[in-house]
Structures are given as C-alpha cells and as structure tokens.
Design a protein around this ligand. Structure first.
Ligand code: C2O
Ligand code: CU
Ligand code: CU
Length: 565
C-alpha cells in the first residue's frame, strides 16, 4: 500500500506532475500547497542488491592536518582525484574525491583565523571549489566560471577566453554542443549563444581560470557553524557532487566551546546524501554526457532532480553508531542533490526523541527550539542535541525520513551501548549576537520567482524568467545595505545566498516555521510558497551568486548574480 502510493507519488514528481500541479492544472497556490508532493525529482533505482540497514558503522571523516602555518594562517592541501571506495559491502565504487575519500576530509578552523587551501585538480574535467556558508572574498568564493583546469585540458585556450569569439575552435565547439543537444541551432551566432549558455562560461571575460592548482583563502571572520565545501563548476555541479566532491568544514570559537554542549566523541557530523548504484558498482547518474566534459544536463525523467534509492550518512549506507546513554550533538547536513528529508528519531517502542535544535545554517540560535520532526532541504544544516539517556541499554534509535518510502524511509540508527556520566548541558541562552534586522531597516524589497522555464530552447529552471548568465548583473546592491527579498516557488526550491546569512521573515504571509529560526543561508521554499527573507549585504564587495540548491535545478539555469558594490 505504502509502496504503491510511493510509486505514484514518485511518478508525480517529474516536471509533468510537480509542475502540472501549479501550472497546467491551474490549481491555486493554496490548493497546490495543500496537495504538495513530498519531493521534487525522480528516483533512480540501483541495479545491485542493497544491504540490510544498520550494519555498517558510521564513518567519521578525518580532520585534515595543516601542512604549515605562516603569519597566523594555516595552509592546507587538497588533491581532487579519482578513487575507489567500498560503499556497498563487496562492491567497488569509483568516485571523484577530495584527497581520496567521500566525504572529503573535514577542515576544522577557528573563527577569525584565516586559512588557505591549495586545491590541485587531478580529475579529468575542470573544477571549482565553493565553501558553502563561508563569508569569503569573491576571489575565493568559487564562482562557477573560475575554473581550475586539469593537466592537458584540450579546450583550455578557449575556456580561458582568449579570443574564443572569433576562433574556429570556439565555434566548432559551440556548434558541436548545439548539435549534440539536439536544439537544431541554425547559425553560428545561435551556436555561440549556446556556447555562452551551456559551455561552462567559456566566454565569461571576468572568469579567473587557473591551470592545475588554485589557492583559496578563507578569512573565516564569521559565526561558528558547520559549513561544507563542494564543486561549483558551471553546468556540472550536480553530477560532480554526486560523484563525491563534497566535504565538511567546521568553524569553532571560544564562546561556543564554553557553553558546555556535548563535545568530543559526543559531537557527530552527519552528512546525509542519497545515491544509486549501477550493476558494475559505480554510481548511477542520468547524465547526457557521462564524461561530464562537454554537454551538461540529465535525461528527461530527471529534469526536476535526481534522487537515489540508497541513503548514505558520511558516505556509508544506512549506518549504525554505538552511543552512550547521554546527550549527543548531531551536526546534520543534507548534501543530497534534490532529496528532502523529514527526520525523526524513533525508539524501539515507537517513541520519538526530542530533537533539540541549537543551531541553523549560520550558527547558534538565540535559544534552543525543540522539534519532534525536522525537515531538511538540500544544503541546509541543523545543529541538534539528542539525549539517549532515557533509552534502555541495548536499545536502538532509528533516524527515519518521514518523506521516504520503502528503503528511503530509513536513514541511520544509534545503538545505546552503555550507561555513562554526562556533564554536558544545553544552556537556555545559546548566543546573543544574532542580527535582529527589522523590516523597516530594509532600503529595498526585491521579488524573485523560482520556476520552470526555458533554457537553450529546452527545459530549464529560471529565476525571474531568466536562466543563469554570468554576464548579466541580476542584483546589484551596496555594501552594507539591508534588503528584504520575497522568494516565490512553483515546486520545491531550496534557495541559497552566497556570502551572507539571512533571517526568515515570513512564509505565505504568516510567521516563519519553528525550524526557520536563527541565521540561515539556505531556505526551503515549498510548492506554491512565498517566503520573505531579510539580510544585510556586508563582508566583501564583488561578484557572488544566489541560486536554487536543488543541484539539478542549479545546473539547468536556476542561478543568478549578486553583485556587491
Ligand atoms: Cu552550496 Cu552556491 O552553493
Ligand atoms: Cu554557497
Ligand atoms: Cu529549484
């Protein structure tokens, strides 16, 4: 029963279903909201037998050691390279990795202590690294055309923008892309536009392209929180993250350390992703061009997002972790391309444990907020304390996804192994430095509709009717300005702003939801919803982005420029 409903629902998730709900069938947004599907995207089915849940231990990604320190700044090195991992027991899965592992190594840093990470690209395609949630100068923010080219990249001259408008090579390339993607481009100009739109920003004159390596410098002058770093290459972010280009970055400070929150082995980062596996053990993904060299995009049924049927936490399928009967701090990131979760921690006897939220994307809340169920959209982070003290020794707590069905209903489990003393606490006041912008502080209000639309005369996802173009200034704002943005959605769109944190002001004209508390950098728009956010554009001037963090939407146009002057 549940499975057949799940199937029907999944079928309704593609463009036809999810969009039809709002657009074609003419439902009002309120009606659409009432009937909103639990997800946007279509699920890939693995072609290998899947292991039973709660067998594999939860891996904790190792912390990266600095290679050196100079002038109060730590230097790190990361090599992006192909590697093979045993994700499903007995199967070898080729991955694209940071330093050979998925997730990549965790970077642990201190607020205000700058670091430099030298990335070396030994992958077969260009890459670019973005520190999600980082308050980072534009030169290190990983703009999608600021590519690091691998050794011998054959389109290198063109992609570096050296006269590609005129070069035969450039035209050939664009023509080829137009032809490949079957849009029947008629003339060289159209072909060039195609190149501009889908050709990895090869004609972006502002792009800073490097060969083989690049130094990214992060001042980390920001509230302590869980960040993550991931690939951000124009048109190819979704498949690159899917193949493994994602890692965690934790910023800490003395004030947070002094709170007495669960720490050490009782603080666990949990990077949740979904993946699907092909018959040969490799990750399945419906790319139009599996080499990810030239032609972006995914096959038809997956245009709204790619969902996997295997849930990985820190890269392990439905893992289990042994815990003390004590409080644990779970630092949860949804690093899935398109899958949303509603997490619940359920004991053997069916009780759900309190999920005491202490932090959001951009750090600690003012005061804890208790949830029974916690929705988490792609790229969102929740910092949560769970107390296992009331669970009988030997008992199990399953973390389930109430939006899943069949195997995707399970996420991971905790086995409560032993009694233990617990001197941790969750103070009633967690932080006092949250910005309290009021609507009246805003110098302007902007509105953006996140909807299905046209890109390269095919299906795309657009903001304000337009697909991403590196050459267009979508938003220009002054450093220090406070603005209110009204964000409107057709289907689910987790909207992310680079550089700044924001507060959620309203949803559907009403008060924000309990889990909207605190300072965020990604907000989950649900089908038919309008959400207002408020922020102050401070930190650095330069060219940044805002975009949908459904990674497939992002690759298919749903990104825009945010220029701070
Ligand atoms: Cu994780 Cu541009 O984002
Ligand atoms: Cu980001
Ligand atoms: Cu979207």
């Amino acid at each position: 029963m549940r499975d057949s409903r799940g199937m029907t629902r999944r079928q309704a998730l593609g463009i036809g279903g999810a969009l039809g709900l709002v657009a074609a069938t003419g439902l009002t947004s309120a009606a659409a909201l009432a009937r909103r599907p639990s997800a946007t995207g279509a699920e890939l089915r693995s072609a290998v037998p899947l292991p039973p849940p709660f067998q594999v231990p939860l891996p904790i990604p190792a912390a990266l050691k600095p290679v050196g320190t100079s002038g109060g700044a730590d230097r790190y090195e990361v090599t992006q390279r192909e590697a093979t991992a045993e994700i499903l027991p007995g199967l070898k899965t080729p991955l694209w990795t940071y330093n050979g592992t998925f997730p990549g190594p965790t970077i642990e840093s201190r607020r205000g202590r700058p670091i430099t990470v030298t990335h070396r690209n030994e992958l077969p395609v260009p890459t670019v690294v973005h520190l999600h949630g980082g308050r980072t100068p534009a030169a290190s923010d990983g703009y999608p055309t600021d590519l690091v080219l691998p050794e011998g990249w054959r389109e290198a001259p063109m992609r570096m923008g050296s006269g590609s408008e005129q070069s035969t090579h450039g035209s050939d390339m664009s023509m080829q892309m137009g032809h490949d993607s079957g849009h029947g481009t008629q003339d060289a100009n159209a072909a060039m536009r195609m190149g501009d739109d889908s050709g990895q920003g090869m004609n972006d004159p502002r792009a800073v392209v490097t060969k083989l390596t690049r130094d990214y410098t992060f001042p980390l002058d920001q509230r302590p929180t869980l960040l993550w770093y991931h690939d951000h290459r124009m048109d190819f972010t979704a498949p690159a993250i899917w193949r493994g280009l994602a890692g965690l970055h934790i910023v800490r400070d003395d004030a947070e350390d002094a709170l007495g929150l669960p720490a050490g082995p009782r603080e666990l980062p949990l990077m949740i992703t979904d993946r699907a596996f092909a018959a040969d053990g490799g990750l399945a993904y419906p790319s139009l061009d599996p080499t990810l060299r030239e032609r972006p995009g995914v096959r038809e049924p997956y245009l709204a997002g790619v969902l996997g049927d295997v849930i990985l936490v820190n890269g392990a399928p439905w893992p289990v972790h042994e815990v003390d009967a004590a409080r644990y701090r779970l630092r949860i990131l949804n690093a899935s391309n398109a899958r949303h979760y509603e997490l619940e921690a359920v004991t053997d006897d069916g009780r759900s444990l309190d999920l005491v939220q202490i932090g959001a994307d951009q750090g600690l809340l003012a005061a804890p907020v208790t949830h029974k169920v916690l929705p988490i959209a792609p790229a969102e982070r929740y910092d949560v304390v769970v107390d296992f003290a009331g669970v009988p020794i030997g008992g199990r707590v399953r973390v389930v996804n109430r939006l899943g069905s069949g195997r995707t209903r399970d996420v991971m489990a905790f086995r409560v192994a032993r009694k233990a003393t617990d001197d941790s606490r969750v103070p009633g006041t967690l932080s006092t430095d949250l910005p309290a912008w009021r609507r009246s502080d805003a110098v302007r209000v902007r509105e953006f509709a996140f909807r299905a639309g046209q890109m390269n005369s095919g299906h795309g996802w657009v903001i304000g009717g337009l697909p991403f173009d590196p050459a267009r200034a979508d938003v220009t704002t002054r450093l220090g300005d406070v603005e209110v943005w009204r964000l409107i959605a057709d289907v689910h769109h987790p909207v992310h702003l680079h550089l700044v944190g924001f507060r959620v002001l309203s949803r559907r004209g009403r008060a924000p939801l309990a889990h909207d508390a605190g300072l965020k950098d990604t907000v989950s728009l649900r089908p038919g919803e309008a959400v207002e956010i408020i922020t102050r554009f401070d930190g650095y001037r330069g060219r940044y982005l805002f975009h949908c963090h459904n990674a497939e939407h992002e690759d298919m146009g749903m990104m825009a420029n945010l220029e701070i002057v």
